[in-house]
Design a protein around this ligand. Structure first.
Ligand SMILES: *Cc1c(COP(=O)(O)O)cnc(C)c1O
Length: 367
């Protein structure tokens, strides 16, 4: 363990990275492994970068036990880009069902509607996005091209603890999962997934890089309007090098993958995520009503914990004191208000311990 030299950063994304990774990248900035070049200055087709790329892909495949029938694409455009790229590749202009559980899946529904007949198969909006609609209640349309869900709603702090088995629900549609904000914090049951995508800026690396896992049998059906650079089939055929991929982002992601492997892999990330989030939720549920988290217990996210001060007039003082205590970026999303603590893989347990101590101290001073 390196000594703590920086504040704890609770940003929802772009988010904190492991300090060890930042130091490695800094040390290699001017000269990667004696090549005389920094990674940003290398051809994406040169042997040095190909080695970086192949190592990153191999390690990611190992970390998430991605089966061979899935291709891993290193793309650009972020999660919102994928909200368009997925329907352009998978919808065939037909029916797209979406499970609406928060701001992100609601955006996915809106964007898919530009390319396909998109419809909410279930929604928790009436609960203020604080619950998960039971799969048995989902209205799945026959012949849908796919079903979209967001497995962790970053803004509302709602997380699926298991992915639905669509076949058991009588649907043959492939499942599309936006796992941007909890990828690498838990395993993925690939037998239930057709495609998964993740913007990198939460648990993987710099914003811009977007990772897509797509089952091979879903390739080959892009709409004619799909830009060639966003056609999964073309991207897959070119090993993510149809156009210049986000090379520096892939390099940092590769360092993060190696770091996670050294720390014990995704199982260890999950153990830590449970430990961190339980510590915070226990305090939120048992602090005499000064703070509260509104999300139903079985829907609570291990990664993003929104919380509210009962007296919102203390919000500014809370945030200012937190900054002084070395606890950064705790302000909630503007659509929700209050606070949000994002507890991604790079957040040490000590960060949450420090946060809870600060929250207790704040109650003593303002309660
Ligand atoms: C952050 C995030 C995205 C990414 O959106 P950008 O287009 O990269 O800004 C998508 N979905 C979820 C669930 C996210 O948390």
């Amino acid at each position: 363990m390196t000594a703590r030299t920086r504040p704890f950063n609770f940003s929802a994304g772009p988010a904190m990275l492991p300090e060890e990774v930042l130091r490695e990248a800094a040390a290699e900035m001017l000269d990667w492994h004696g090549s005389g070049m920094g990674v940003m200055e290398m051809s994406h087709r040169g042997r040095e970068f190909i080695e970086i790329y192949e190592t990153a892909e191999r390690n990611l495949r190992a970390l998430l036990a991605v089966p061979p029938e899935f291709r891993i694409l290193f793309m650009q455009g972020g999660g919102l880009g994928e909200n368009a790229i997925v329907p352009m590749n998978l919808s065939r202009g037909g029916l797209v069902d979406v499970i609406v559980t928060g701001a992100w899946s609601k955006k996915s529904l809106g964007e898919a509607g530009r390319y396909a007949n998109a419809c909410a198969a279930a929604s928790n909006e009436a609960s203020g996005f604080t619950t998960l609609p039971a799969p048995a209640s989902w209205e799945l349309r026959e012949g849908a091209s796919y079903l979209h869900l967001c497995s962790n709603e970053t803004i509302h702090g709602v997380e699926f603890q298991t992915l639905p088995d669509l076949a058991a629900l009588g649907s043959s549609a492939p499942l599309v999962v936006d796992c941007s904000s909890h990828v690498l914090s838990r395993s993925i049951d690939w037998s239930r997934v057709g495609l998964a995508f993740a913007g990198a800026q939460k648990n993987i690396g710099p914003a811009g890089l977007t990772i897509v896992f797509v089952r091979e049998d879903l390739l080959g059906h892009a709409l004619p309007i799909c830009p060639t650079a966003f056609d999964y089939t073309v991207v897959a055929e070119h090993g993510s090098m149809f156009n210049t991929p986000p090379t520096y982002g892939i390099y940092i992601a590769g360092l993060v993958f190696q770091h996670v492997l050294r720390q014990g892999g995704v199982a260890e990330m999950e153990r830590r995520a449970i430990e961190r989030s339980q510590l915070l939720y226990r305090y939120l549920d048992d602090n005499g009503g000064f703070y509260r988290n509104p999300v139903a217990a079985d829907a609570r996210s291990r990664m993003n914990v929104p919380f509210f001060l009962a007296d919102a007039s203390h919000n500014e003082a809370f945030l200012a004191g937190a900054r002084e205590a070395g606890l950064l970026q705790l302000k909630g999303h503007k659509s929700v208000g209050g606070m949000r603590a994002s507890l991604y893989n790079a957040m040490p347990l000590a960060g949450v311990q420090t946060l809870v101590e600060y929250m207790k101290d704040f109650v003593r001073r303002h309660g």
